[in-house]
Design a protein around this ligand. Structure first.
Ligand code: S3P
Length: 423
């Protein structure tokens, strides 16, 4: 019998951010179970504390005694969202409903990421938003208790933009709808519904109904993050030394594009113990190894469902026999780093051939590829750092990763979990 290892990876970052933000403006207390205690989500807790919310932690739980829908207080200082685009964009939506000044800033990476995509619709809804040249943070927001309605058609699928508008929409009595070219993750919609808000969802259109006050008085259980689990899914599949059970993984259908890629690459896996908690599907994943690895294509159809997994899928592609292609993905240049260039540069450094284009890249993979020792430049991007740490372990080659501090933003226990894989 194959050896089996069992792991629960870090909790879901997207759901953790939303759980505490939505609880903060609910009517009644919410207990968030298995919250992700990582830098990004801790910055969201700190932001909410500054805005007058009572938040306590107890073990792995966070207990939010809400300020209520209209109860946030003006912060007496700038609010620092660190590295988190989700934190900044979603909180901006909520703060657009408050008639006081909020200034949101963040680290160098966050201050270089595009904020016009939220500033424009939130301004149309009636909030006053100031930003630096080019639509960059810091953002200064002066909101209103009663915002205008909006029909916002997005050119690119973005859950952060959609969520920001939905949260601002709680402070409007008018029609609020967002249309997307492809469906992005719908955790905000699921959680709003769970908290009693009326949200209507069809394939590419989301609208708010009449009930717009989150109630609370509940528990929200956060699953393990499929984006964090992905590092060890790929490690186990490629290493082939053991079977890996990943416990309690969030299996929201807007997030599981990686599973289709595994099928395409003939990686054997099974989903077990499916269940649903707080409107989110959970399950355990059993990952087995594979012998034949086919290359794959990522394009606008599957991109939103695996957007954060592209760095680790690029490691997988290096071991697939043939050319894997990522296209229609210029959004990757606007993540925590320019991921298109960071992936290509670092794969080239270790001896994997790539071809970079404006909106994607090709990876020339090979099952017997030889990875060369090299220095890896992460550009302080957690997912680049973790992907190349996995490649180093897979290839048994020393890769000198220039920093690993960034990993704390989403997965503080990453190296402990990697050690367990190696044990
Ligand atoms: C996120 C949405 C995605 C994703 C990010 C988290 C979220 O970004 O890349 O890591 O929690 O809503 P976009 O909304 O920019 O696509």
């Amino acid at each position: 019998m194959a050896k089996i290892k069992i792991l629960r990876s870090a909790s879901d970052k997207s759901i953790s951010h939303r759980a505490i933000m939505l609880s903060a403006i609910s009517k009644k207390r919410v207990v968030v179970k298995n919250f992700l205690f990582a830098e990004d989500t801790l910055n969201t807790i700190k932001a909410l504390l500054k805005l007058g919310v009572d938040i306590k932690t107890k073990g792995l739980d966070v207990i939010v005694s809400p300020a209520g829908k209209y109860g946030l207080k003006e912060s007496d200082d700038i609010i620092n969202m660190g590295n988190s685009g989700t934190g900044m964009r979603l909180l901006s939506g909520i703060l657009s409903g408050f008639n006081f000044l909020s200034v949101l800033s963040g680290d160098e990476s966050l201050r270089s990421r595009p904020m016009m995509r939220i500033a424009e619709p939130l301004s149309r809804m009636g909030a006053e938003i100031l930003y630096r040249k080019g639509g960059l943070a810091p953002l200064a927001i002066k909101g209103k208790n009663s915002l205008n309605g909006i029909y916002h058609k997005q050119n690119i699928a973005s859950a952060q933009v959609k969520s920001s508008i939905l949260l601002a929409g709680l402070y409007s009595d008018e029609d609020v709808s967002i249309e997307e070219p492809a469906k992005s993750r719908n955790h905000t919609e699921n959680m709003l519904k769970f908290l009693g808000v009326d949200v209507k969802e069809s394939e590419n259109l989301v609208s708010l109904g009449k009930a717009r006050e989150p109630f609370g008085d509940c528990k929200i259980d956060v699953p393990a993050d499929i984006s964090s689990s992905a590092f060890f899914i790929i490690y186990a599949a490629l290493k082939g030394k053991f079977e890996l059970v990943l416990k309690d993984v969030g299996l929201n259908k807007t997030r599981i594009g990686i599973l289709d890629i595994l099928s395409r690459c003939s990686v054997n896996y099974e989903v077990m113990n499916r269940t649903v908690k707080n409107n989110e599907p959970f399950g355990d994943l059993l990952v087995k190894s594979t012998s034949s690895l086919k290359p794959f294509v990522i394009d606008k159809k599957n991109l939103p469902s695996l957007i954060d997994e592209i760095p680790i899928l690029s490691v997988l592609a290096a071991y697939c026999d043939g050319v894997s292609v990522v296209k229609d993905a210029s959004e990757l240049r606007k993540k925590e780093s320019d991921r298109i260039s960071a992936i290509c540069e670092n794969l080239n450094r270790v001896g994997v051939k790539t071809e970079e284009f404006e909106d994607g890249f090709k990876i020339y993979g090979n099952k017997n590829i030889r990875i060369k020792p090299a220095t890896i430049k992460t550009y302080k991007d957690h997912r680049i750092a973790m992907s190349f740490a996995i490649l180093s372990a897979l290839a048994d080659v020393n890769l000198d990763i220039d920093e690993t501090q960034s990993i704390k933003t989403s997965y503080p226990g990453f190296f402990e979990h990697l050690d367990y894989m190696l044990s």
